[in-house]
Design a protein around this ligand. Sequence first.
Ligand code: DC
Length: 334
Amino acid sequence: MYAIRGATTLSSDEPAVVREAVKELLYAIMRENSLSQEEIVCILFSSTSDIHSLYPAKAAREAGFVLPALYSSEEPAFEGALPLCIRVMFLVEGEKKGKFVYLRGAKRLRRDLSSRLTIALDGPAGSGKSTIAKKLASHYGILYLDTGAMYRACALWCMRKGIDLHDEAAVAEAIAEIPLTVSLGEGQITLLEGEDVSSAIRTSEVAAGASLVATYAFVRGKMVEMQRKIASEQSCVLDGRDIGTTVLPNADFKFFVTASSEVRARRRLSDLGKLGQKADFESVKKSIEERDFQDAHRKVSPLKMAEDAILIDTSGQTVEETLLTIHGKIQEKI
Ligand code: DC
């Protein structure tokens, strides 16, 4: 069983208005979730205490909802509550992720769901930002773009062509026509000339190469352009080093995720282990610190916290704890 939430507001407390609003909300939830009445176990309503003219459950029966169990309750009044508001929860058979629906004035209750949302997550290697970004994107049902994978693909492309990565002009020439595409669905697939290189870009050599080619203005210009295009088309979470400062300076939310280099090295070591790659703690830590230095000291868009970003130190935290903090910050603002 899974739950679908929704809410709407009324223009006035009159039976015809309640009837119309309930019908509009329920039909929108059914449509958005491709539901049939047979699948719905029950529909629970709560309405604010300023609604007296009609129970939403009665309005739902009148709108043709004859199969599911229906229930209405009244919410206690509290200061600052959204007036004339009806909230609903569907309990539905099956195992899916429901699409929540917030209409009219209730949109402001969940602005994250009802309007375009952009989240920028920046931070150094191994800070945990990609794990967090993926979970945030899945929670809000929006797209996740790993921008680091794009710089890694640039490095791999040049390495495969035998180009000296220190030769900026040669790298720029190779990147001018790079056949790089990212397929964004359930997870990100990074493609070079149509070949899936998602695993090939995860080696330490490619990581070091990416950090180097990412210092070149031409490479950055090209990648930033691609990233902005993707982000302009939909709600998304982007992670990288310069998202809050350069790629999406107007992002709705900006977080700078960090952790001590020891913690980050331990995490990277475990990631490499999962990919079947051997490495020792000291060398992983050293390469992380070298990358930090290179990323933070390059001339173009260095790794830097945006002035309006929220700092999140994940050193002593589990992923779930970090997510709670971030969700809290997002909910505070919307
Ligand atoms: O996040 P990552 O380790 O996959 O990133 C690889 C390199 O790419 C990293 O050393 C810095 C660079 N990078 C960048 O300069 N800007 C970004 N937005 C993302 C990554």
